[in-house]
Design a protein around this ligand. Sequence first.
Ligand SMILES: Nc1ncnc2c1ncn2[C@@H]1O[C@H](COP(=O)(O)OP(=O)(O)OP(=O)(O)O)[C@@H](O)[C@H]1O
Ligand SMILES: N[C@@H](CCO)C(=O)O
Length: 320
Amino acid sequence: MAVYTEVPDEELTDFLAGYDVGALLSFKGIAEGVENTNYLVHAERGSYILTLYEKRVDPTDLPFFLELMEHLSEKGVTCPLPLHDRDGNSLGTLCGRPAALMTFLEGLWVRKPRVHHCRALGDTLAAMHKAALDFDGRRRNALSATDWRPIFAAVADRADTLQWGLAEEMEAELTYLEANWPTDLPEGVIHADLFPDNVFFLKDRVSGLIDFYFACRDSLAYDIAVCLNAWCFEPDLSFNVTKARALLNAYAGRRRLTEAEYASLPLLARGAAMRFFVTRLYDWLNHPPGAFVRPKDPLEYAKRIRFHRSVSSTSEYGLD
Ligand SMILES: Nc1ncnc2c1ncn2[C@@H]1O[C@H](COP(=O)(O)OP(=O)(O)OP(=O)(O)O)[C@@H](O)[C@H]1O
Ligand SMILES: N[C@@H](CCO)C(=O)O
């Protein structure tokens, strides 16, 4: 579940009175997600998503995220649109937390992505990158190559409780990634967390993207690398080259990739896997007993790192 903050009826009624949505009819907490509190709110004028931003989100970043969603929506990339209250603000306060009310997106996320889903994702990702080119908000990637080590260091002494030798292996991996991380690839605004649960489909078409709360400026190809990890491995963690080829070719059909971007993919994918390995490892080892949110398995991402480390040519990602 992800309802960290319980909202009393009266407080929600007062909050909604600031918006042009009519009276509150009903609301319920949404179980999915791990970062923020989300409620589905039914009001007289429609259904909305209410998000209360929890501790991992820096409130000073919220205008970047909300303005990005508005920018992308205006450019035809469907994502939740923050509502403005009668004073014109898209960000409010509820139960002592920063809070926003968003349009509800129709669609479902795909539990077992297939090749055509990966193709649709590649196309949508490139469309999002292009639509954000003239977005002028700035936010650095707070989870880039130099940020992984401090997260890892905070739990490294307990890493071997998951798997013997893990601490030493990942220490060496971090050193390699820090020394070789590419810094001169084409940059833009990236989603940075475009996992299947953040992409909604209606039939076989992408109906919208959600959860922009890691979005930032970074190399565009890094976003592709996040997706290769999240969409192109099978449940047994074997890499599905057909899915990767579909994703990459669809992306390149809309936004041409440079030679340097293609050549960097194995390294970017290795780093993208490290990013999720360290946050998952941290959450796994700092999981309060009895908490409702189930931490995600860091070892799945250790295996992905090992796969990318073994790659000797981009042909292993389905490229000619
Ligand atoms: N605009 C929206 N329209 C419809 N459903 C939404 C919308 N925003 C969020 N949801 C629902 O709420 C769930 C959780 O949202 P979200 O992924 O943003 O939460 P989170 O806690 O920030 O997540 P994560 O753990 O993925 O970082 C989604 O899986 C989806 O079911
Ligand atoms: N997508 C992340 C969690 C939310 O950011 C993961 O799977 O580790």
